[in-house]
Design a protein around this ligand. Structure first.
Ligand code: AMP
Length: 397
């Protein structure tokens, strides 16, 4: 038995879950928000209780100390020595890591090189590591990368049709993201298929950020996010792929910089941009039900973007045994799941069970009918448990 803390540090937040391994029971979980701002928020849940503390949380070091003190003061652990290891989400591992890794100073140095590829995430993840190393110097740390699961893609899938030296000199290629989720969900899907010798799974991770992966025999063949998490399908506020020439055209029209347009692609596009209503699928659904034209258009556009990738990946995989929906929207939005399936059901002989699709249930489930050629599934994602599993495996706990 081991107690493993799974940590996801953002620029102003820190999410955590303490697992009892190998049972994977969550002992406690929580979130520190608004780090570095006047009014920080610390939320911790355990034993069906939730405690919220509002106070200034100066930096990540203070956030980590708050969390560790709470573990002892609330009696969740008797002493901090009970924590056997810490697994950290690290967004970018470049081409250096196709697997999770035990943290050493050499590893930190290598990962730091990828900061410029993930400037919003990697530096924050590293600040999280340093804060825990200071607070718990004798505990080992593991990095679990978003990009690692996608390192099995072949050149023809990860290269852009740009001058080759931009790949060799500047590392410009498709990396893919949401790796822990795609890996967790595909493992669960293969289990639900009865652990066959070969399997073809398409995972649709549809959250605020969204990506789709083609997974053959448990290994990633292709994925929709690219050099950055902007490529691929339309998302809450991100455009997904657009013709690159739109950028200089809009720069002239709007008299603004490339960074300004990138900001529009990242923060003002997607569901929010098309609908003019919201980036949240729940608001779009409410407006759709009232007959709002732009909400209807947004839903259709979203479904088409997703269904195009599913069609492409069906071709690349040479078929599909399971089509899986996960993350906030994938797990909860019955009408968008139906619109996506409606787009492709004729081509791929998919028969959705509309009652099962609408039923609000929890846990892994199949929502297609027996006669469907592809099993359609909902599998709630669990990125944190992947972090804890890899930490235990690497440290042989
Ligand atoms: P995530 O990034 O996985 O946390 O997903 C967040 C997104 O999931 C939200 O912005 C919503 O668009 C969507 N979402 C969450 N709950 C629901 C729901 N009940 N119905 C439809 N969409 C939802």
């Amino acid at each position: 038995m081991a107690k493993v803390l799974a940590v996801n540090a953002g620029s102003s937040s820190l999410k955590f879950q303490l697992f009892d391994m190998p049972s994977e029971e969550v002992i406690t979980s929580g979130l520190v928000e608004k780090i570095g701002l006047d009014e920080g928020i610390f939320t911790i849940k355990y034993n069906d209780q939730k405690k919220v503390l509002n106070q200034e949380i100066k930096d990540h070091q203070v956030a980590v100390e708050l969390l560790l003190n709470a573990l002892v003061n609330e009696g969740i652990v008797e002493s901090l020595e009970e924590i056997d290891a810490i697994g950290h989400r690290m967004v970018h591992g470049g081409e250096a890591y196709s697997e999770s890794v035990i943290v050493s100073e050499e590893v930190v140095e290598t990962v730091t090189q990828f900061n410029e590829l993930a400037p919003l995430h990697n530096p924050a993840n590293l600040i999280g590591l340093r804060a825990f190393q200071k607070a718990l110097p004798n505990v080992q740390n593991v990095f679990v990368f978003d990009t690692a699961f996608h390192q099995t893609m072949k050149e023809e899938n990860y290269l852009y049709a740009l001058p080759y030296e931009y790949y060799t000199d500047y590392k410009v290629r498709k990396y893919g993201f949401h790796g822990q989720s795609h890996q967790y969900v595909s493992i669960e899907a293969i289990k639900m298929l009865g652990n066959p010798d070969t399997s073809k799974v398409i995972v649709c991770h549809l959250g605020n950020g969204a990506s789709i992966s083609a997974v053959k025999d448990g290994k990633c063949v292709d994925t929709s996010m690219g050099f950055t998490p902007l490529e691929g399908i339309m998302m809450g506020t991100r455009s997904g792929e657009v013709d690159p020439s739109i950028m200089p055209y809009l720069m002239k029209k709007l008299d603004c910089s490339a960074d300004d347009i990138l900001d529009i692609y990242n923060k003002k596009s997607g569901m929010l941009g098309v609908s003019g209503i919201s980036s949240d699928a729940r608001d779009i659904e409410a407006a759709y039900n009232q007959g709002d034209k732009r909400a209807i258009l947004t839903s259709k556009l979203y479904a088409r973007r997703v269904s195009k990738y599913i069609s492409q990946y069906y071709g690349e995989l040479g078929g599909c045994d399971a089509l899986v929906f996960t993350a906030g929207l994938g797990e909860n939005s019955a009408y968008l799941r139906k619109m996506i399936i409606d787009d492709i059901k004729e081509a791929f002989d998919i028969v959705l069970d509309e009652d099962l699709n609408k039923k609000r249930e929890s846990g892994n489930r199949v929502i297609s009918k027996e006669e469907s050629k592809i099993k359609v599934m909902i599998i709630p994602t669990n990125e944190e448990v992947m972090i804890a599993r890899d930490t235990v495996r690497l440290l042989k706990l």
